[in-house]
Design a protein around this ligand. Structure first.
Ligand SMILES: [Zn+2]
Length: 66
């Protein structure tokens, strides 16, 4: 019988990937918590808001039709 290693390989399920709802960029920075809640700032299109897309997986290049 083997002794199970203590450090099991965890799946890479880190933080959810955040996407900008406007341009689909993942270059979002967390601004802070306001009364509204979490606020993010997109470095690409300068979107600021609490609503962002969250995905957990490989990022597909978003073809924005804006
Ligand atoms: Zn953006």
């Amino acid at each position: 019988m083997r002794s199970t290693p203590r450090t099991m390989k965890r799946r890479k399920r880190g933080k959810p990937i955040l996407h900008c709802p406007q341009c689909g960029s993942t270059r979002l920075t967390y601004v802070g918590g306001l009364i509204l809640g979490q606020v993010y700032h997109c470095l690409k299109c300068d979107y600021v808001g609490s609503f962002v897309y969250e995905t957990d997986g490989p990022v597909e290049p978003a073809s924005d039709d804006a």
